[in-house]
Design a protein around this ligand. Structure first.
Ligand code: IPD
Length: 271
């Protein structure tokens, strides 16, 4: 396949699904190798399987769309731009294992996320959770689905009734200390949870299993596919700040209490 000025998002989604499921199932089949590390740092780890799964997804994308750009976590995490030798308007965004620390401990909350953007907007995305064999998908203008069944966000209307998933920013990118911010969120919602895989957290918002999501310091590849899945499920995904290349502050909700939660966050973070 080649790239033309306008490709059907449904066609792009087929490749995203193939890449996410093949790479994700490779990690699952090799989970006995979960301790094979390439790099261990405070609060994080990089696995041989991260690199293998990225290569699998990369090859699938390049074989279907040889002229498209690719931005992938394991090559771009020092801020490098996408690999785009043909100056394509399409960029594929690969997170081979989101929730690597969970994976390495044997926790089932991890996934493989593949998105494709056109002019910096995600047009199709697939998030595959191998442990539960759940495949979340969406293309712009179509329904969000889990294993082919349409999903939609919850109807919760206020912060105080909401379950919000969040993460603890390792790099302290906000004015407010991360635990103080977590406590403040937890004090104002029904429950705040830290699950450890942002793409999967967002898919749970899309599926109506929780109501909101916020992270002060997340990466483009963690949220590119799942952010669209939330939107196509009827919710809102919003980038509040972009402090560095590929580094984002992101919130998402079912749409019902978005402005209440946004005001809460922007006031505290002085945005
Ligand atoms: C991480 C997870 C985690 C989030 C971190 C991410 P990775 O992604 O999504 O939930 O809190 O900020 O970096 O490193 O496992 O792909």
């Amino acid at each position: 396949m080649n790239h033309s000025p306008e490709l059907s998002p449904a066609l792009l989604l087929e490749t995203a699904i193939k890449a996410a499921t093949t790479a994700g199932n490779h990690a699952l089949a090799n989970r006995h190798r979960k301790s094979e590390t390439v790099l261990v740092s405070a609060h994080d780890v990089k696995l041989k399987l991260d690199l293998e799964c990225q290569e699998i997804a990369w090859d699938i994308v390049r074989s279907d769309f040889p002229l498209h750009a690719i931005l992938a976590e394991e090559s771009a995490d020092k801020g490098q731009p996408a690999d785009n030798p043909h100056n394509s308007p399409y960029t594929w965004i690969i997170d081979p294992i989101d929730g690597t620390v969970n994976f390495t401990h044997g926790m089932p909350w991890w996934c493989c996320s593949i998105a494709v953007t056109q002019a910096e907007k995600t047009v199709a995305g697939a998030v595959f959770a191998p442990s539960t064999q759940e495949l979340f998908t969406a293309f712009r203008g179509g329904p969000a689905r889990c294993n082919g069944v349409p999903i939609s966000v919850s109807g919760v209307k206020t912060m105080k009734e909401a379950m919000v998933l969040t993460g603890l920013d390792q790099k302290h990118t906000t004015q407010m200390p991360r635990l103080a911010l977590f406590r403040d969120i937890a004090d104002h919602v029904q429950k705040a949870r830290v699950m450890g895989a942002a793409a999967l957290d967002l898919c749970r918002v899309a599926a109506g299993e929780c109501d909101g999501y916020f992270e002060a310091g997340i990466y483009t590849w963690d949220v590119a596919a799942a952010g669209l899945i939330v939107e196509m499920a009827g919710g809102i995904t919003e980038t509040l700040a972009e402090p560095a290349p590929h580094r984002l502050m992101v919130m998402a909700t079912n749409g019902q209490f978005h402005s209440e939660f946004k005001t809460f966050l922007t006031t505290r973070l002085q945005l």
